[in-house]
Design a protein around this ligand. Structure first.
Ligand code: G3H
Length: 252
């Protein structure tokens, strides 16, 4: 049985004091990591402090992006070496906002996934279609290509440790959630793609999250689906109470 992963992606929200307060308000009530992995994906300036404040608890800290090189002349960028050094353990890669607004593509996503494994960071790799692509019946092909390209060149063992987040872009921050059946259909397809490209064992182990307007009111139904192993949550992860409700749902 795959362990659920609930990751709160704060995006570009909060200031340091608010971020620290969130950790203070949640860390003692986070369910055991034997039951669910609970992760906050925070802006870079908060990472060192949050890793420190969450130390010894079951709350883990992720970055929302990184560069794929270890160091060099890349002004404004943050490397996997820096994240690892801070004690960060997960990193979101290829979020649709990065793809749409900051020129991420399947090639940079693949390089970042390899870089994450080179530095013992667990990648949360985002894929998903636009509304137009869904309406043109391109969802399955698009997601298949994104998954294959993101994971290209990984070993079976690395694929087993990867988290894929299926986020239909039309459901992000819009209040429109994919129905649990729609979400599961694509997550099942992703698992089949992994089986074909890697192995049945890798497909059985890889965790696949759903993301897009997940909230306390719909999380149980989504997590009850056969191929949904967690959630990548934006808006509903910003408040401590709401985040705790989500991680408790993951621990059931
Ligand atoms: O990374 C999180 C997703 O983009 C979902 O955001 P949302 O829960 O605000 O729709």
């Amino acid at each position: 049985m795959r362990k659920k992963v609930i990751a709160g992606n704060w995006k570009m929200n909060k200031v340091l004091k608010e971020a620290e307060q969130f950790v203070a308000d949640t860390k003692d009530n986070i369910p055991s990591s034997d039951k669910v992995e609970s992760v906050v994906c925070a802006p870079y300036p908060f990472l060192a402090s949050l890793v420190d404040k969450a130390a010894g608890t079951d709350l883990k800290v992720a970055a929302q992006n990184m560069h794929y090189e270890d160091n060099g002349a890349f002004t404004g960028e943050v490397s996997p070496v820096m994240l690892k050094d801070l004690g960060v353990t997960y990193v979101v890669i290829g979020h649709s906002e990065r793809r749409e607004l900051f020129g991420e593509n399947d090639d940079t996503v693949n390089k970042k996934v390899h870089a994450a494994f080179n530095h013992q960071l667990t990648p949360i790799v985002c894929v998903g279609e636009t509304l137009e692509q869904r309406e043109n019946n391109e969802t399955m092909t698009l997601v298949e290509n994104q998954v294959k390209q993101a994971l290209a060149g990984l070993t079976d063992d690395q694929v087993k440790q990867t988290i894929v987040a299926y986020e239909p872009i039309w459901a992000i921050g819009t209040g429109k959630t994919a129905t649990s059946e729609q979400a599961n259909e694509v997550c099942t397809h992703i698992r089949n793609v992994v089986k074909e490209a890697f192995s049945a064992d890798a497909a059985e182990a890889v965790r696949i999250q759903y993301g897009g307007s997940v909230k306390p009111a719909n999380v149980d139904e989504l997590l009850a689906q056969s191929d949904i192993d967690g959630a990548l949550v934006g808006g509903a992860s910003l408040e401590a109470d709401s985040f705790l409700t989500l991680v408790e749902a993951g621990a059931k």
